[in-house]
Design a protein around this ligand. Structure first.
Ligand SMILES: [Zn+2]
Ligand SMILES: [Zn+2]
Length: 342
């Protein structure tokens, strides 16, 4: 049975989880989250396929160099049909890596919030990251991450209205803070939330957590968040939606009552849980004494290790990925736990 037949044979009340040969017990690279939503994990970041063979969109585009993996996955899911367009939650390098290549090859438009357009049309760089926040190697090495704008020229357009054009079930929510034009997508029917980096479900500042995808609720990746007041308002807005399923830019997708409770806690205690104790973008009013137990190794030491770690993360195991095949795996939903990965 090929992948297509397996997808057609699924039961809608039984989420199908697919994985590839290389998952080795780690979260699968491709996961079906709803009958018409799939999450592809590209090393450190997630991107989403939304729709059906008749009509679909790509939400975010992963890291640079991921275009062929995305195209191959799209062909498995939707055959030869190209997407209606590419939709971006925001323009950080780990969400726009393949956007130029894919938009040109598919000859499609790219949609983003109008306040994100300066970073997608070559006009403005993102503010410098703050490697001192978060206490992990992903944070410490953030000074290496690209923040210059990409230039999509005429291909990029501002989202217009409150709904995704042609996918009217999906509501566009402006959720600034992590970036000024950050948006999330919400579908009322099944309370499905694609939150981008408005908040994440793993400690993205930590290289270990990024490798293991350990589930933890956090605000937006701290090193790249310049506006904590807006970030808090955005998380409050998303928590009020009481989503049933959350799919974030980093970390595992989750659903269930415990997930909702943790999201509410994150919104209520945002200043304590999400906002760093100190940092260049932390407002004076929110600064506090750093938690000694999570006090990081000096940044210079972390930077050295981080460069090595990131090299392994980005370039390791590349040859194996070319033999990627999809396999069906038993559904991973656990009814014994409320918070569950999907
Ligand atoms: Zn981001
Ligand atoms: Zn990100």
């Amino acid at each position: 049975m090929n992948t297509e037949q397996r997808l057609d044979a699924r039961r809608h009340d039984e989420p199908l989880t697919m994985t590839n040969e290389l998952s080795d017990g780690k979260p699968p690279a491709l996961t079906q989250l709803a009958p018409d939503v799939w999450c592809l994990r590209d090393k450190i970041v997630n991107l989403f396929f939304v729709g059906s063979k008749e009509k679909w969109m790509l939400v975010d585009t992963g890291l640079y160099g991921s275009a062929s993996t995305i195209k191959r996955t799209a062909e498995k899911l939707f055959g030869a049909n190209t997407p209606q367009f590419i939709f971006l939650t925001h323009g950080h390098f780990d969400h726009v890596g393949a956007v130029k290549t894919l938009a040109e090859e598919w000859n499609v438009a790219v949609y983003a919030h109008e306040r994100e357009l300066p970073f997608l049309t070559g006009r403005e760089s993102y503010p410098p990251p703050d490697p001192t926040v978060g206490g992990g190697m992903m944070a410490a090495s953030s000074f290496l991450y690209p923040r210059s704008p990409i230039d999509l020229g005429e291909r990029v357009k501002a989202v217009n209205g409150e709904r995704v054009h042609g996918f009217d079930e999906w509501q566009i929510l402006h959720t600034p803070g992590h970036t000024q034009g950050h948006v999330s997508l919400f579908r009322e029917r099944d309370r499905f939330l694609i939150a981008g980096d408005a908040f994440v479900t793993t400690k993205q500042e930590s290289l270990t957590a990024v490798f293991t995808q350990k589930v933890e609720f956090h605000g937006p990746p701290a090193y790249f968040t310049p506006d904590w007041i807006s970030a808090r308002t955005s998380v409050e807005k998303l928590a009020r939606l009481k989503p049933d399923t959350i799919a974030t830019g980093h970390g595992q997708p989750l659903r269930g009552a415990e997930m909702q409770q943790k999201l509410e806690t994150l919104a209520r205690d945002f200043d304590r849980i999400a906002v760093p104790a100190q940092g260049r973008y932390v407002p004076e009013s929110l600064k506090r004494e750093a938690d000694k137990t999570s006090s990081p190794v000096p940044v210079k030491v972390l930077i050295g290790i981080a460069v090595i770690g990131l090299g392994a993360l980005c370039f390791g195991g590349k040859s194996k990925s070319s033999s990627r095949k999809f396999k069906r795996r038993a559904p991973r939903l656990s009814h014994s736990r409320d918070i569950r990965t999907v």
